[in-house]
Structure formats: C-alpha cells, structure tokens
Design a protein around this ligand. Sequence first.
Ligand code: URA
Length: 442
Amino acid sequence: MNMIDVITDKKLGKELTQEEIELFVDAAAHSSVPDYQLAALLMAIRLNGMTARETTALTLAMQNSGDTVDLSSIPGIKVDKHSTGGVGDTTTLILAPLVAACGVPVAKMSGRGLGHTGGTLDKLESIPGMSVALSGEAFLEQVKRIGVAVIGQTGMLAPADKTLYALRDVTATVDSLPLIASSIMSKKLAAGSDAIVLDVKTGSGAIMHTLDGAIELARAMVDIGTLAGKPVTAIVTGMEQPLGTHVGNALEVKDAIDVLAGRTKGDLLDVSLLLGAHMLVLGGAAGTVEEAHGKLVRALESGAGLEKFAEMIRAQGGNPAVTEDITLLPQANVVRPVFVRKHGFIAGMDTTALGIAAQAMGAGRQRKEDSLDYSVGFVLPVRIGDEVFPGDPFFTLYARNEDEADRAEEAIRSAIVLSEEAAVRPPLWYAQVTRDGVIKPS
Ligand code: URA
C-alpha cells in the first residue's frame, strides 16, 4: 500500500482503513511524501468526507504523531478550553484567571492569530515583558504554584496537523468538518487535560457560518473526546458580531481587564462566565452550571479574578501594573473617533471583514513572518439591534497612520449593515452539545 492507493480509495469514496490513515499521518509528520500527494488526499477528504470511525482514527494518529503533555503531576482535574476562532473573542484572558481563582487548575496552551481571527498568545505578548514561551517544567511549576499558566505549545505537539493545516490553508480545504474536528481535537488531546470545554462559533465571523454546521462540528468533536475517554462539553456561541467591543491585541487585553475589574458588562463577560461555568462543572468545583456561575461572579466581584490575572502576568515576566493602569499597554499613534452618518438599526455585521480590517491595520499577520503592531485595532461599542442617529459615536480607530485609519474606516463602515427596520439581537448561545445530546437555550 502506498499514498496513491490511499488517495485512490478516498477518491472513490471508500472508508479508509486504520493502516491507510496511519500511513497518511506518518507521511505528513515526516514529510516523507510530496506535498501534492498530501494535498490530493486532503481534497478527496474535503469532497467525499469521512465516517466517524475514520475521523477518530485520524485524530488519534495526529495526536500520536508528536509529543504529548503529561499534566498528571498537577493535582486536581485539569480542564482545557478551546474556541474555534473569532473576532474580539478574548474569553481566555477572562476565564483562565477566574476559573483558577475558583480552584480549578488551568494549564493552557494557546495559539496565535489565524487569518481574520485573533490569537491569545499575540494578545498576551502585547503586555510589556510578558513571555508565552515557558519550558515544560516552568509551565507545570507555575500551574502548581498559582493555578494558571497560558503559554504557546511546548515541544512538537501534533506535527502532522502542522503540515496538514499549512497545506489546507493554501488548497481551499480548510472548511472540511472531519479535517477541522481532527485538527482541533488532536492538539487538545495531546495537550494532556482531563476534560475539555469547546466554544464552537457560528455566524459571519466563524469558520462554520451556519448553525447546523456548527452543531455538527461540535457533535463530531464531542464524539472524538468521548471515544478518547475525556468528557467534552461544546457550546455553540454567536459570532455574528465581534464578541467584545475591542478588536486588536492590546485593546483586547484592556477589554479583558475592564471585564475582570467589573467595569464592562455585556456579551464578552456573559460568554466567559458561561464557558467558565462549564469548566468548573467538569473540574468538579461545582455540581451545576448555576452554582458554578455564582462562584465565578463572586470571584469577579471580590477582585480575585483580576488579582489572579496580575499574578499570572507577573509569573510570566510581564508587568502586572497593567491591570491597574491600562495606559501601560502599547498606545497607537492615531486615535480617530468615527461618527454615525445616518439613522438606522444595526441589522448585521460582516464579522470576517471586521477581523480583516483589524488585520490590515497591523493587528494580524498577512504572512507567517509578519510582525504585529500590538497597539492597533478598533473599539466598536454598537451591537446588532441598536438604533443609531447621525452624529452618534460609532467606533474609534487606533491606527499607525492616517492612511491606514482611512482604509479601516471605509472597511468597517462597509461591514456594518444599517436598516430602517428594527433588528433583533442575536442570542448569546445556540446549543450545548455533550455525549448526552444537544440542548438548546429555553
Ligand atoms: N483551528 C484548528 O486548530 N484547526 C482547524 O482546522 C480549524 C481551526
């Protein structure tokens, strides 16, 4: 059996055997076959799909293609959290310290921005001095000492996914449910936690635009976790608009600090509390989501969450004073308030376009090697359903120069749909998926 046999079988719509999948993953991990053969198989999978058995075999083979993290020396149930990616989606910076403040250890490996979506590591690195490159030992030691660490990957986690993800990005094969599910879950399983909370986004800024697609992806990932013996709760949440009001690295850190300090309420806080509550339940710190929610709110109101965030920043070499004085974060050259031109209701947003606008300002990478400007982005306080009048404050740009501010202003105005009719506010979440089935909010 060789790669051509495997490609042929998938081209004909056959279910691949365990051996075929292992051959493919081994070839991806060691680059032992040409990229065009890997890409041909990826396209065959994109077009013909995979069964649940194939998807699980692919996930486990990718998980075992490199190092795995052993968190067993940390006492307690370690719960990981993963978002499928969004804009203004800063929940990790809020819930990691809050959950840790409630006694559940958070040993989290996060990622960088990808395309129009932001990345937790880039946001953390906007804090002066902050390091996300801890050794494996320093990572474990920090979680044991203060209950929380958020870092980049240590070692080579799921190297097969690294090769395949890069190929998918340039062969129009990102939007394949079995490829997304196996990519995410192989890394989550390799990262060693005991249980996982998944935030599966749906809407104009999400990898899965439709609710059915998001629920199907959530189901596939829950099934993989269940087969791997790890409890997984997936919550399908809205990405019809940026989750927080701030988009851009330092701006999102500021948003997280404002939420932890109790100054900002709204969707970012509510989704953080929802996901955090499921983490506490899976971590055994609460019997019900309601009880867990109450604990998180108390940790927020007492200031314990913000204190834990400062402790984490200090432990990772950053300046914890940012939690008291946000002007210590990088500041943009140009700050431009933008005003509403005509009356209407905010009826919708092209959230991917909003993410791309921030990326073009320097908040994200166009190419892998690009460096970021942490200070840039925008603050958009209006939400879908709001009524706005000419002259009202609309959004504020934080840019490197006036030209980039001009381009961003145009892009953001075009991404926001105004209507004459009153518009409905989208719900915060759409479905909760566990091994027991799908629950929709009442
Ligand atoms: N995030 C991942 O890690 N992989 C995907 O395929 C999509 C989102």
